[in-house]
Design a protein around this ligand. Structure first.
Ligand code: 6GP
Length: 826
């Protein structure tokens, strides 16, 4: 029916649009298949259809982005710049469809073309531009900033290679380059005419200008260009889109005529390759980055290009520099971009000719810093020599910041001369190091931790001196996760069930999940809830069969430990318990009544020997157990390779028990813990990071906490912790450790895992695995008992979901906006 022939029915029926959204989407897809991708529209393959759909959505995103930018500009809003060396957005297709409200239309359009939306979505290869928690948090926050319509920009690096692709070969982790760009990008705009010069190396020239001022400039610097690549982040059904701008390195020579004139053509090309290396690869974390010149270069590359962008936008306003903090806030995600502080000082003092005092006044009102770790080895430091060579002017500025800071501290604490050495921005000893966290604290008006517990630890121990100096700067912002990706998208059937009962408002106001509580006693709801969960488990079981060739029982307890591999996260504690269960099954077959499927996943930094070794141990244990006929269906152990956002989306909705078992005091927050609980998994965890707040929200009776508290960890250590005592006292533990050391799981290499046991028994067990073993085993037994009562388990599961509203990244970002940034939605 067309509108022309609708006659007088027009008044009764809503007017049909010229083309239905699904039809217009289909036309766009076909247009992109032909004109953007150069393929035949008759028989496009799935990958082509995926790309064309992505391009069709990008069209819609860019329109909304332009409109959103105009809004920000016309309101002259204060802007938030979120600087992060890592973003881990995951695949975009489903998320963008949901945000744009086009899921059904896309499904219809694709069906029309003979494709299924799920198959097409599976064609997407995610950009792994982050290591783990920190990068994923940055992406959740961008999603919330867009949903809250904040005038915000994400800034990062367009790495050509993201986090490595992990293969498990013969039980071992093998790393492969992650060439995420090989199929081209469909979501971004490369702005090849939009570049900033970034200058490294060279010498500082000091001179006196005509007005008698002492001036500094950099001579003989090497210049690399930063080119913007923009990706769009839509808010949830609010027509608002913000920008994640990622910088790619380009040689400056292409921007100079001399490139074509040079006599040394190959030399020039080599220089191009060297320059463009800057954005080539993301550094895997956990490895000591000291001395990695390229990493420091990356940090400055991001910072310099971003500050130029910020300053360019600010200049357009034509207002005085002292208004910069009123109009902008620059958020430092960890210390990785902290060189932004001396960089802004340099621009204000050296280029804009402000006095030091004027410039510093602006800086400390512009920057805010989030700390994400208390592990001493992860607190960033750089050798002073390297700094001097790469960024000579910045080092001078850091020294001057430090001189003035220490002068003030000396006056504030005249009776504590040792404090100066402790808080100095430069560690002075045999070798000299620039301490990036000290720089970040001194140069920011706000310093926050990422869970209540973590923020207290910062004040009480890690940054205690700074807390005495600047008490007003310290605050807490407990992490959050976006419910759009981590419930609506990854668990659509559960999301649908929830919406059916309480309406869709929870998607942007997660506290609404509370409204589920009255249904907790409804039998029908129980049944539906558990059916959805079981269906999710069936799907994961299929995936496991496809990928690992292992058949697992969907009805068994899915006990899941997925996250980066690090000793403090204690995957080792988990596997010790798995072995203990195995022994119980072998020695008295009736003693284990709840069948379990253990699922592990996660990457270890390529240079982290012990973490990789633990991966190998888990795979060896898995092999032994899965092939032992006495075990049957009672116990299965699965290691899923290449844990990433896409895989997390498969695993989380199918999890019964979520392992969050870090040594107390070591996990700053955790965000995986939140994703699992939101999807109705029950946590087994330590009193650490955000686990503590999860317990406060869901109720102590709806999760399984165990183990030492962080002050007990410290006390035990200071009293001289002796792991051997635990070994000697606990025969079950002893048997497990003796089996590992004796080669039970590595018969062809009996000594293979001896060093794992030695790290526990003879090298101090830094992560208190043995101290927590017994209470972990007890809590695991409680979990198994609880699982036997499926109705009670269902109740716990529903209560977890319904009480997780606090952990939305919307709440977290709203707190940042109000308490730190001083911005509101446009
Ligand atoms: C992580 C923390 O380990 C994790 O506990 C937290 O949830 C996450 O950050 C987000 O805040 N830290 C990192 O990934 C990291 O690289 C330097 O810290």
């Amino acid at each position: 029916m067309t509108s022309q022939n609708s006659g007088n029915r027009k008044s009764r029926l809503p007017e049909a649009p010229a083309t239905r959204p699904a039809e217009s989407l289909k036309q766009d897809i076909l247009r992109h298949v032909l004109y953007s991708l150069g393929r035949d529209t008759e028989r496009p393959d799935r990958q082509t259809v995926f790309r064309a759909l992505a391009l069709s959505l990008r069209d819609r995103l860019v329109e909304k982005w332009i409109a959103s930018q105009r809004d920000i500009y016309s309101r002259s809003s204060k802007r938030v710049y979120y600087l992060s060396l890592e973003f881990l957005p995951g695949p975009f297709l489903r998320e963008n469809l949901i945000a744009l409200g086009l899921e059904n239309e896309a499904r219809e359009a694709l069906t029309d073309m003979g494709f299924g939306l799920d198959d097409v979505a599976d064609e997407e290869y995610e950009p792994g531009l982050g290591n783990g928690g920190l990068g994923r948090l940055a992406s959740c926050y961008l999603d919330s900033m867009a949903t809250l319509r904040l005038p915000a920009y994400g800034y990062g690096i367009h790495y050509a290679y993201g986090i490595f692709y992990q293969l498990i070969k013969e039980g071992r982790q093998v790393e492969r380059a992650d060439n995420w760009l090989r199929g081209g990008t469909h979501w971004e705009f490369e702005r090849s005419h939009y570049v900033h010069p970034v200058r490294f190396y060279g010498q500082v020239r000091e001179w006196v200008d005509e007005q008698g001022r002492l001036r500094h400039s950099l001579e003989n610097a090497t210049t690399v260009m930063a080119m913007a690549c923009d990706m769009f982040i839509p808010g949830h059904k609010n027509d608002y889109v913000l920008n994640m701008r990622l910088w790619a390195a380009k040689t400056s020579r292409e921007f100079e005529f001399s490139f074509f004139n040079t006599g040394d053509y190959i030399g020039a090309v080599e220089e191009k390759i060297r320059d463009e290396n800057i954005s080539m690869v993301l550094y895997p974390n956990d490895e000591a980055p000291e001395g990695k010149e390229l990493r420091l270069k990356q940090q400055f590359f991001l910072v310099s290009a971003t500050i130029q962008d910020i300053v360019r936008r600010f200049r357009k306003k034509g207002i005085a520099w002292d208004q910069l903090p009123r109009k902008n806030v620059i958020h430092l995600n960890e210390t990785h971009p902290a060189v932004a502080i001396p960089e802004l000082m340099r621009i204000l003092v050296d280029e804009e000719l402000l006095t030091w005092e004027e410039a510093w006044y602006i800086c400390v009102r512009t920057f805010a810093y989030t700390n994400h770790t208390v592990l001493p080895e992860a607190l960033e430091v750089w050798p002073e020599d390297l700094f001097r060579r790469l960024l000579p002017r910045h080092l001078q500025i850091i020294h001057e910041i430090n001189r003035r800071f220490l002068h003030d501290v000396r006056r504030q604490f005249p009776n504590d001369p040792n404090i100066l050495g402790r808080v100095s921005l430069v560690h002075e000893g045999e070798s000299r190091w620039v301490r990036m966290s000290h720089l970040a604290i001194v140069g920011s008006f706000s310093v926050n931790g990422v869970s209540a517990h973590h923020s207290e630890i910062l004040k009480e121990s890690v940054f205690h001196d700074f807390y005495k100096i600047f008490p007003e700067r310290f605050n807490n912002k407990t992490n959050g996760i976006t419910p759009r990706r981590w419930l609506r998208q990854c668990n659509p059937t559960l999301a649908w069930l929830i919406t059916e009962h309480i309406g869709p408002e929870w998607l942007t106001d997660l506290a609404q999940l509370k409204k589920l509580e009255p249904y907790v006693n409804s039998e029908g709801f129980h049944r539906a809830w558990m059916e959805v969960r079981l269906r999710n488990k069936h799907k994961l079981a299929e995936y496991i069969r496809d990928k690992n060739g292992i058949t697992v029982m969907p009805e068994s307890l899915f006990d899941v430990h997925v996250k980066r591999f690090h000793e403090y996260k204690r995957q080792l504690l988990n596997v010790l318990h798995v072995i203990a269960l195995y022994n119980r099954i072998r020695s008295s077959p009736g003693s284990v009544t709840v069948p379990r499927t253990y699922i592990f996943g996660g990457k270890a930094a390529p240079g982290y020997y012990m973490a990789k070794h633990i991966i190998r141990l888990i795979n060896s244990v898995a092999y032994t157990i899965n092939t032992d006929p006495r075990v049957g269906d009672l116990l299965k152990v699965v290691f899923l390779q290449n844990y990433c956002v896409t895989l997390a989306e498969r695993i989380i909705p199918a999890t019964d028990l979520s392992e969050q078992i870090s040594t107390a005091g070591m996990e700053a927050s955790g965000t995986g813990n939140m994703k699992f609980a939101l999807n109705g998994a029950i946590t087994i965890g330590t009193h650490d990071g955000a686990n503590i707040e999860i317990m406060e929200h869901v109720g102590n009776e709806n999760l399984f906490l165990f183990g030492l508290l962080s002050h007990e960890v410290n006390e035990m250590r200071s009293q001289g912790y002796n792991p051997r005592l635990f070994y000697e006292r606990d025969s079950e533990l002893r048997e497990v450790l003796d089996m590992i050391a004796g080669g039970f799981f590595s018969p062809s290499e009996p000594h293979l895992f001896r060093d794992v046991v030695e790290s526990l028994l003879n090298h101090g067990d830094r992560y208190m695995v043995l101290a927590d073993f017994r209470s972990y085993v007890y809590r695991q037994q409680d979990a198994a008992n609880a699982f036997m009562d499926q109705a009670a388990w269902a109740r716990m599961s529903m209560l977890n979901t319904s009480r997780m509203g606090f952990f939305s990244s919307d709440r977290a970002v709203d707190e940042y906006a109000k308490d730190i940034w001083g911005v509101s939605g446009v």
